[in-house]
Design a binder for this molecule. Structure first.
Ligand SMILES: Cc1ncc(COP(=O)(O)O)c(C=O)c1O
Length: 332
């Protein structure tokens, strides 16, 4: 995987914050983001005064819908931040074309998709910048951590400074200057050596970890296909050309009520199934930025009706069989 520079950071959120500074985002600017994502995808830009503009997802992958992006672009738009949900790639060609047409910076929030690919090319190598998460919930982890991948080489020097409290300490450590000093704004966003050492061990085993997760993912997918079809449950869709890394396995029920009963059903069998993102446009801050109920129906439905099945590196075959059996016993 090649990029101009990969800088380890204290989190993906902090890497997104650096990307906001590198994009010179400021009050009055707008950034297009999906509504169905983690808070940081929007809050990192709002922190510097930019307004997140929420766009709905495609029904199949839950990724930002490229067909809805252009109508969200205004003269104030500066950037598009995409999220490859579950490590399944967004449709990057139309997104990159739109960005070029309107002179926008593309940032990939690739928190879920390290080493996943789109048409043979690694996610995180399409935008000017991309961010990774090594939070405990991710495939490759050091507890809390992240990275900023920089593909536009003109951004590297300032990124190093922003991450080092606004100093040129990185140059000093490379022996390029004889002392370091305050040269720009910045903050303390460098991952600690101790966490980096844990991360190194994980990265060395990344192929094995991802292969194991993909195996578990595939097992759910094949074992639940007939059941899901029969009951009208939506399983994840992986379009042609996308190679994911088995980050999440999710299912979408028809109604929120069905989902609640399902989670209870699993809990009674000592199996924890959780949901996650609540659409950002209907959150209190999202509404402050102009979001309103009904604006992103796909995100709203996913927020109400999506549930994740247990998926972690050491989930054993017998544990997974028990989960699958319990799912199939759910009484509609
Ligand atoms: C899509 C997305 N972006 C950003 C983040 C934030 O990652 P971190 O906890 O490393 O800041 C997450 C965390 O789950 C995420 O799912």
């Amino acid at each position: 995987m090649h990029c101009s520079r990969a800088l380890l950071t204290t989190s993906c959120t902090h890497a997104l914050e650096i990307s906001a500074l590198l994009g010179h985002l400021k009050p009055g600017d707008e950034v297009i983001v999906p509504s169905f994502t983690f808070v940081s995808t929007a809050s990192a830009f709002a922190l510097f005064g930019a307004k997140p503009v929420f766009v709905d997802s495609t029904e199949s992958t839950l990724n930002i819908d490229p067909r809805l992006i252009e109508q969200a672009i205004t003269p104030k738009t500066r950037a598009i931040c995409v999220v490859h949900y579950g490590g399944v790639a967004c449709e990057m060609e139309p997104i990159l074309k739109l960005a070029e047409k309107h002179g926008l910076v593309v940032i990939e929030d690739n928190a879920h998709g390290l080493f996943a690919k789109y048409k043979g090319r690694y996610l995180g190598t399409f935008g000017a910048m991309a961010t990774q998460s090594f939070h405990e919930t991710k495939n490759i982890t050091c507890g809390e951590g992240g990275a900023l991948l920089i593909n536009d080489s003109t951004l590297v020097e300032r990124a190093e400074i922003l991450r080092e409290k606004g100093t040129n300490r990185t140059k000093f450590l490379r022996g390029q200057v004889d002392k370091y000093t305050w040269v720009d704004i910045g903050s303390s966003w460098v991952l600690s050596d101790l966490l980096a050492a844990i991360l190194w061990g994980q990265l060395q085993r990344a192929e094995e970890i991802n292969a194991r997760r993909v195996m578990i993912w595939n097992q759910y997918h094949s074992q639940l296909a007939a059941w899901a079809h029969h009951h009208g449950i939506q399983l994840p869709v992986v379009p042609e050309g996308c190679e994911h890394v088995g980050h999440v396995y999710h299912m979408r029920f028809a109604t929120a009520e069905q989902r609640s009963r399902f989670i209870d059903h699993m809990r009674r069998r000592d199996i924890s199934c959780v949901f996650h993102y609540q659409p950002l446009h209907t959150s209190p801050v999202g509404q402050h930025f102009g979001g309103r109920v009904g604006q992103c129906p796909v995100a709203e439905h996913a927020g109400d009706c999506l549930v994740r099945l247990p998926l972690y590196n050491n989930l054993s075959k017998s544990e997974q069989d028990r989960v699958i059996e319990a799912v199939q016993q759910f009484d509609f």
